[in-house]
Design a protein around this ligand. Structure first.
Ligand code: NDP
Length: 481
């Protein structure tokens, strides 16, 4: 079957496909390296056109009844579910992730977000604050034009997670996907239009960082939501601050997963694998520092090596494949460098290694120590570091000794300990006897360097709206002049 995935044009502005006027952007299928589409970046003028279209359309969209806005989003979720197979395939071509993942995780999670925020839109109300005669009421109103900027690991999910709450609240959005994975956002634009979204409310521009930067500093943009690395987040946050723009920053991490010796070994090993190898390890919330209590450390490592040896690596379009290629040769090279560094630092390679071509196999280091580079820095690849520990207090202190705070996990059968440790861990999301589950009903986001703001859940509504207070005077004006 052909892997050609050329969209009608590169950009989506004001309800229509438009060809980009900037540099060429070749889209590669990570498994074969073949070019599956050739796009063009937007020019800075086209970015301005997109934000202008969004600004012009937004007031009309915000003026609709929330239930009408919600209906469009829910219809879009239905279309996504009807086209599930075609969309999963496109996501696999764009990212290289196994089809068994893209069928269940990527677009389905995006559809959940559209459905959730479509349903939530009509429930958002203000408050009435009595003042004994006079009173105040509050209105939660749209911000205006929001800029969304995505990373390459979950391109369609990220676009939906940002668009759904933004649009539900009556904002318009201009979205810039990662240059590595530009196809899903264009599909979303098409689907939203088919679902009845007015022209100009969801726009897509393509380009590298410079185009993202033009978008962030556009005077019409009121809010910037970025999913990306900490370094990019720091730059974008600073640029947004110039215009006092609202921000949501979903950034990287180096999350801890703590396994106590009373945990179910099989569940803890399974979770550690999910927490490191799903999407070939290219997940921001991955639990890459696996702290295992000394009592079960040998058994944990043995079982882990046994299960890792059975992971099926290969063609991502093969339904049996569990581990696909890395998104790009440049990213694979970075991961290999990290593995080399781990070896040079003296960590013991239990399984895996640098691999070859587009593939880096699931890799486990044991006998690692907290000060090693591989234990401190985000690798964004399938590389797990296993660290031994003795006591709960020690595990919590070491888990928290990181500038990041996106996620954390704890495995134990001791109920009180599970909750105590979850409370003590410095992370935006903490799992007890689970890992990396991010249902739309639950807030998601980081603390410390991992970001600011929350996506998903009712909490996201606050990040895509602002509160207006209306004071109503019921008596005369008592002026002292
Ligand atoms: P990057 O930070 O490199 O890029 C993120 C996005 O920002 C891309 O679209 C990129 O464009 C764009 N960009 C780069 N520079 C600028 C700039 N100056 N102004 C505006 N936009 C800019 O991240 P990756 O794509 O490499 O993704 C991996 C990172 O994302 C990891 O650190 C990971 O942890 C994090 N991540 C966080 C998640 C979370 O929810 N917390 C989820 C997924 C990933 P381009 O790529 O075209 O250069």
């Amino acid at each position: 079957m052909s892997h050609f995935a050329q969209p009608a044009a590169s950009l989506y502005i004001d309800g229509a496909f438009v060809e980009g006027a900037g540099a060429e952007l070749a889209v590669h299928y990570p498994y074969t390296g073949a070019v599956i589409a050739t796009l063009r970046e937007a020019s800075p003028e086209q970015v301005a056109k997109a934000t202008a279209a969004a600004a012009a359309a937004q007031p009309g969209w915000a003026a609709l009844r929330p239930v009408e806005r919600g209906r469009v989003l829910i219809r879009a979720a239905q279309i996504i579910r009807e086209r599930a197979e075609e969309l999963a395939r496109l996501e696999t071509l764009d990212t290289g992730k196994p089809i068994q993942e893209t069928r269940v995780a990527d677009w389905p999670s995006g559809a959940d977000a559209l459905e959730y925020f479509g349903g939530l839109a009509p429930t958002v109300t203000g408050q009435a604050i009595p003042l004994g005669g006079d009173f105040v009421y509050t209105i939660r109103e749209a911000l205006g034009v929001c800029a969304g900027i995505g990373a390459w690991n979950y391109p369609s999910q990220i676009a939906c997670w940002k668009a759904a709450p933004a649009l539900a609240m009556g904002n318009a959005m201009v979205f810039k996907p990662s240059e590595e994975t530009p196809l899903g956002a264009l599909k979303l634009a098409e689907i939203l239009t088919e679902a009845g979204l007015p022209a100009g409310i969801f726009n897509v521009v393509q380009g590298r960082g410079a185009i993202g930067s033009a978008l962030v500093t556009d005077p019409r943009v009121a809010k910037v939501s970025l999913t990306g690395s900490v370094a990019t987040g720091q730059r974008v946050y600073a640029a947004a601050a110039e215009g006092m723009r609202h921000v949501t920053m979903e950034l990287g991490g180096k999350s801890p997963l703590i396994v106590f010796d009373d945990a179910s070994l099989e569940d803890a090993v399974g979770a550690a694998m999910l927490a490191n190898f799903y999407s070939s390890g290219q997940i921001c919330s991955n639990g890459t520092r696996v702290f295992v209590q000394q009592g079960i450390l040998p058994a944990f490592l043995d079982r882990l090596a046994e299960r890792v040896a059975k992971v099926r690596i290969g063609d991502p379009l093969d339904e049996e494949t569990q581990h696909g290629p890395i998104v790009s040769p440049a990213q694979a090279a970075k991961i290999r460098e990290a593995i080399e560094r781990g070896r040079a630092e003296g960590a013991r390679l239990v399984c895996g290694g640098p691999g070859e071509g587009a593939f880096v196999p699931p890799t486990v280091f044991a006998d690692a120590s907290d000060d090693m580079w591989i234990v401190r820095e985000e690798i964004f690849g399938p590389v797990m570091s296993v660290l031994g520990f003795a006591t709960e207090a020690e595990a919590v202190a070491r888990a928290n000794a990181s500038p990041y705070g996106l996620a954390a996990g704890v495995f134990t059968r001791d109920l009180a300990r599970g909750h105590r440790v979850a409370a003590a861990l410095q992370a935006g999301t903490t799992w007890i006897n689970a890992y990396n589950l991010t249902p739309v009903e639950a807030p998601f986001g980081g603390v410390k360097l991992s970001g600011i703001g929350r996506e998903n859940s009712a909490a996201a509504i606050e990040h895509y709206s602002q509160l207006k207070s209306v004071y109503v005077g019921m008596g005369g004006v008592d002026a002292p002049y």
